[in-house]
Write a protein that binds this ligand. Structure first.
Ligand SMILES: [Zn+2]
Length: 162
């Protein structure tokens, strides 16, 4: 399909944009990070006092059924982190009420997205939790509410490979 915004062809196998760490942790000097951070590909604890979980932030794509999902980290309160850890393998985890979180990555091109308030919803033991931003006039919240074009999805993917 030829894009009606730029005239190029965008393929659907583009790599989706993924953040491998919370920005705060990625910015730490190596030595401090080794001493103060416990992390896996899904969970991250800084200094035993700040708690992060990896999630996906789905953006509906107007021309297709599948959303474009940005891989992001969210920060949450310790009791919520512990509750999610407890439910990690629970097949019924999606019936848990959503958790209040804040975004822990700055997605380029959208101004600062760090600290945006959101809800985190558990989706099941084999899929990452999903971030739903609180309604606001922030560009990212608007995109999640109203959807993005294929062209915009391609712009996100270009950030991932660039
Ligand atoms: Zn385009």
């Amino acid at each position: 399909m030829i894009c009606n915004e730029c005239g190029k062809e965008h393929t659907s196998d583009d790599i989706e944009l993924v953040f491998l760490h919370p920005d705060l942790v990625a910015a730490l000097p190596t030595e401090i990070r080794a001493a103060e951070v416990q992390e896996s590909s899904d969970l991250c604890i800084l200094n035993a006092e700040r708690f992060f979980i990896r999630a996906t932030l789905p953006l509906p794509v107007l021309q297709r059924d599948e959303p474009y999902s940005v891989g992001v980290w969210v920060e949450l309160r310790q009791p919520d982190f512990e509750r999610i850890y407890e439910l990690w393998d629970d097949p019924d985890q999606s019936s848990e009420p959503p958790f209040a979180v804040s975004l822990a990555n700055a997605i380029p091109t959208l101004g600062d997205t760090n600290g945006l308030h959101a809800q985190l919803r558990l989706t099941g033991p084999t899929t990452r939790p999903q971030v739903v931003l609180m309604p606001s006039d922030h560009a990212l919240a608007v995109e999640q509410t109203f959807g993005i074009s294929i062209h915009r999805a391609h712009e996100y993917s270009a950030l991932a490979s660039g």
